[in-house]
Ligand binder design. Structure first.
Ligand code: ARG
Length: 417
């Protein structure tokens, strides 16, 4: 009888050591019934059925692996592409983008099962705890969070393995992974181990989605990506949904060794960390999208949007997917994408990915205005009047405050270089 009165917790469960131990720990230490939910966002996890079975064996009252890949692509990655989302101009946000999606499903399961708590396996030092909890609070302010890693005493892997063995939690038979990995459709994040010293060149074995550029094919490959309203819709003329398109781009681009990132990143909680990522499809698609925007957005919109892109990326990094500003920015992004339709051609070769062609029926780049050859439609004589007005402040400054203008002309003294 008393068993039935236990409160319930929905656990963001991956099947790894930490969250497996949690399935038991939440029952024993918190006296909760556990609902273990594994979100499939395209991570390289061989067998999610086995992961679900394992949760049941450890006493979960319900377990499920939900395939979120299609919605991740169509609801989340479409928006990231529209915003050219690169945190600190570099990182395509693969982990940050998947957390809101997973959070939404955790909250849905909590509602379905009348659970009072949601638990996650994030550490107390990372961004992901901030993202999960901020998203969950936004979706249901009543739900309470349990973050076992922030409160349990299992500080080392050995202690965790020992606890697992004592409590019938199947322990991994493989050796401890030397890195911390998070991966999904949008790429892979690799941290820790020897990477904690940022002077170390990332060892070759961290990369699995991209080949070493040195051994990439000796022949370049051309790929044409088609877009409709800012969303990629075809590869080499073949129409496809975003999910298979991203999977295919990861293959094609990764094969040529493009997509590796090695950066020092500013975490939300104030720590800098050394991060390696490989994101072949994400980086190539954003490159194409930016190239098409250069054609299809006018001067002011393109410049203003660039700042909004950066704001969008920082919001998402900081876990504010479900926020008022994010909603407002998405409306802005959607307006800007109305005519971002066309094709971009990429050349892939030994670690490089170069835009070598673009076209659009809505191009604001106009041959007649740009050409120095035949067919010029631009009125050259109008420029004089424009420059007279444009330079008026400079002229007046120089006339009235001559020394200021001369100082600017002399420049600063950098002779020691
Ligand atoms: N630093 C990245 C981010 O915060 C990646 C985090 C990946 N998590 C991991 N367990 N390796 O978005």
């Amino acid at each position: 009888m008393s068993e039935n009165k236990r409160e319930k917790v929905v656990l963001a469960y991956s099947g790894g050591l930490d969250t497996s131990v949690m399935v038991k720990w939440l029952q024993i230490e918190k006296n909760l019934d556990v609902i273990a939910i594994c979100g499939n966002v395209g991570q390289d996890e061989a067998d999610l059925t086995a992961v679900v079975d394992k949760a049941y064996k450890m006493g979960a009252i319900f377990a499920d692996a939900v395939d979120l890949r299609k919605s991740y692509a169509s609801r989340v990655l479409t928006k990231a592409i529209a915003a050219n989302a690169l945190y600190e101009d570099t990182y395509p946000l693969l982990s940050a983008l998947s957390r809101p999606m997973i959070s939404k499903y955790l909250v849905d399961y909590a509602h379905k099962h009348h659970a009072k708590y949601i638990a996650h396996g994030c550490t107390g030092k990372g961004n992901d705890q901030v993202r999960f909890e901020t998203c969950i609070h936004a979706l249901d302010p009543e739900l309470q969070i349990i973050a076992p890693v922030r409160e349990w005493d299992l500080l080392t892997r050995e202690q965790e393995m020992e606890w697992a063995a004592e409590h019938d939690v199947p322990v991994p038979t493989t050796a401890a992974k030397p890195y911390s990995i998070d991966d999904n459709l949008w790429g892979r994040a690799i941290e820790c181990g020897v990477l904690e010293n940022p002077w170390n060149e990332p060892p070759a074995d961290i990369w699995t989605m991209t080949v070493d550029p040195e051994v990439a094919p000796d022949q370049p490959e051309y790929v044409t990506v088609g877009f409709e309203k800012g969303v990629p819709v075809s590869i080499n003329g073949e129409k496809m949904k975003l999910l298979p398109l991203i999977i295919k781009m990861n293959e094609i681009v990764g094969k040529h060794g493009f997509g590796r990132i090695d950066m020092i990143e500013n975490r939300v909680i104030g720590i800098k960390s050394h991060e390696c990522y490989e994101c072949p499809a994400a980086l190539a698609i954003i490159k194409c999208h930016q190239a098409l925007e250069q054609m299809c957005l006018d001067h002011d919109t393109q410049h203003f949007k660039h700042q909004m892109d950066q704001t969008w990326a920082t919001l998402i990094y900081d876990g504010l997917w479900f926020s008022q500003l994010k909603e407002a920015l998405d409306s802005f992004m959607a307006t800007t994408q109305e005519f971002v339709t066309g094709e971009v051609r990429l050349k892939l070769f030994k670690g490089s990915c170069t835009v070598v062609g673009r076209k659009s029926d809505y191009s604001i780049y106009q041959y007649g205005l740009a050409t120095y050859g035949d067919g010029d439609t631009f009125d050259r004589t109008a420029s004089k009047g424009f420059i007279d007005i444009h330079s008026l402040q400079s002229k007046t400054w120089s006339t009235v405050q001559g020394p200021g203008a001369r100082r600017a002309a002399e420049g600063h003294d950098f002779e020691q270089f």
